[in-house]
Design a protein around this ligand. Sequence first.
Ligand code: DSN
Length: 424
Amino acid sequence: MATPQDLSFLEDQDDDVFKAIRGEEKRQEEGLELIPSENYVSRAVREATGSILTNKYSEGYPGKRYYGGQEFTDVVEDIARERVKKIFNCKYANVQTHSGASANIATYFALLEPGDTVLGMDLSHGGHLTHGHPVTYITKIFNFVRYKMKDIETGEIDYGEMREVALREKPKILLAGFSAYSRELDYQKIADIAREVGAISMMDAAHIAGLIAGGAHKNPFDYGIDVITSTTHKTLRGPRGGLILIREDEDIAKKIDKSVFPGLQGGPLMHQVAARAVAFGEALEPNFKKYAQQIIKNAKAMAEVFEREEVRMLGGGTSNHLILADITSFGINGHEAEVALDEVGMTLNKNMIADDPNPPMRPSGIRFGTPAITTRGFKEKECARVAELMIEVLRNHDDESIKGKVHEEIKALAAKFPIPDKHF
Ligand code: DSN
């Protein structure tokens, strides 16, 4: 088991919050985290997150702050920027955005004027809310148009359609990236189309940043993509936070820094920036490469079971860390599946499938993945077994005795692979 955090002051002072945190520790330790956007950070990352840097205001950037007393915050932010630039092989980095959503929004405001167009992945085909879902405020300011998959069964993107829409709509940003897509993109084609129409190419790599960092997926910068946005807490295995990387254009980098602060945010969360620095240090260690490769091997092992059991997967399987499965053949919807699996210690999320006829709260699919269980040390064998147990529960979602047996097996598996304190 991961060493329990010292919460002695909290226990003395605030029993309610103390108990909730201890409850969450137990939940994480005894269950399996299959939500593909979650992970278990190292003890060192948690220590930095819980540090006294939370007390400090640091508006501005290293060497150019608005308040005094920055000799240590500057060190921390410089370390974070230098490490992440090394990981992704780029010239500029902004490590201050509070989340992936704010990284995307700051990038739009840096590079667009009101009314300008962004061409991005259709949301029901794997795009993200901040890629222009009508419920977000950014759609009141910018114009979002879409491309889709050509073939839902293989996950192939329709680059022909992307080019046609780009020529017609003349976007200022051509946006690649996704939060529910299981294949790899053709960055060369995307960068070429962007160049042809005079757009800046942007990749939201929030989900696969760790796969890129570990060399298990292609680096979009190697193909001429201009800007990468990301979160830091998914496959990259850092604390919650956002990230903006600029390949080489100094003008874009300056606009993005100004857009993050003072345009969008106030003071950066320096405890989170410090924890990002620690996580980037971990991602530079040789064994992060093995971790990234293993995430994909594990996801493929799960997909093989789903294929063998003839459960439909969007994109026909996976080339990354996640699987999106259509579970309507079990006679249940995504919400019911999420609840049934959660009851037996497997946490994942309901998800819309491409062109889903069902509503978002009762969609046709579930989305799951392997970043967190790979951190626990699971290999293909254990992942295949987890996939078998998932399917057993989906087939027998009303059978309490089968679910009880599965829960015992999941608890035993979790106990055999405790959440590690150290990641290298
Ligand atoms: N909530 C994240 C995810 O689960 O993919 C995206 O923002």
